[in-house]
Design a protein around this ligand. Structure first.
Ligand SMILES: C[S@@+](CC[C@H](N)C(=O)[O-])C[C@H]1O[C@@H](n2cnc3c(N)ncnc32)[C@H](O)[C@@H]1O
Length: 267
């Protein structure tokens, strides 16, 4: 699977995903959350081998058969939730190191994947943490990972009690909601199409309305190039930088560090 992640073919699929959310699964057997959860439990392993070992996460690791599988062998397309991306790792590390960022806040984690950042926000005292990913399989992965870390996961229509991690599969990019105090974008600049620009425009709008927007990024070209304009560069403050752990460096050849950026309202 790791070799697939690096392949041009998968990268093309990564790029297209940004503008075409994953379709709902058709097979009844595959769509029940129970079956999906069972499949994830049987085909991933619980790992702490990442930058936030406080968190136990179900991931596809080198010990899993899926690691060496072809994309078509996985019943779920583009299982991004099965990997803990470098931008997400540094952002989650930052949240755990700085609990005041989340404490008492409503925190939205966009493109939550395995859910690590939203779970860390909950563990840091967020009143509400919302794990948002348009991939419905990611929703099940987040619920499993939340439970592994003692965080209650709430899937609509179940109400989300304070302190829980609410799971949301709607596409929220572009929406403005005064409820969100903090918006997290962990490794969301993997796409070299228009998606990166749409996210940056949205982040700018959210910031202007008083929402704190944090980006975790390992130095992806889209983020570097799209933020190179003077105005955006001046609006972005690097608040932390971390060395990536060995396993993460091996899985993401080329990246050795990751930074956390915050949008500022001052131009
Ligand atoms: C590169 S992964 C990052 C996952 C996680 N943040 C991390 O760092 O480990 C990007 C995630 O964004 C999700 N995604 C793509 N487009 C989205 C959208 N419009 N809204 C919410 N999630 C989206 C994908 O399904 C995928 O799980």
């Amino acid at each position: 699977m790791a070799s697939l992640i690096r392949s041009a073919r998968l990268l093309r699929r990564l790029h297209s995903l940004a503008s075409h959310p994953v379709s709902p699964l058709t097979s009844a057997a595959r769509t029940t959350a129970e079956n999906v959860a069972k499949w994830i439990e049987e085909n991933t392993e619980v790992s702490r081998d990442h930058l936030t070992p406080e968190l136990r996460l179900r991931l596809v690791t080198q010990n899993c058969w899926l690691w060496r599988a072809r994309a078509e062998d996985c019943p779920y397309p583009d299982p991004f939730w099965a990997f803990y991306w470098p931008g997400g790792q540094v952002l989650t590390r930052f949240l755990l190191d700085n609990p005041d960022v989340s404490r008492g806040k409503t925190v939205l984690d966009v493109g939550s994947g395995c859910g690590a950042s939203a779970i860390a926000a909950s563990m840091s005292g967020a009143t509400y943490a919302i794990a948002n990913d348009t991939d419905p399989i990611a929703a099940t992965a987040v619920a499993l990972n939340a439970r592994l870390n003692g965080v209650c996961a709430a899937t609509p229509p179940s109400p989300a009690p304070p302190g829980s991690c609410e799971i949301c599969t709607a596409s929220l990019v572009g929406r403005l909601d005064a409820r969100w105090d903090v918006v997290l974008l962990g490794d969301m600049f993997y796409d070299d199409g228009d998606f990166g620009r749409a996210i940056l425009d949205w982040a700018d709008d959210l910031t202007t309305r008083g929402t704190a927007v944090l980006v975790g990024d390992p130095g992806r070209a889209t983020f570097r190039e799209r933020t190179a304009t003077t105005t955006l560069r001046r609006r972005l403050l690097k608040v932390a930088e971390y060395d990536l752990p060995r396993r993460c460096r091996e899985e993401n050849s080329g990246f050795t560090t990751g930074a956390v950026w915050q949008f500022s309202r001052v131009v």
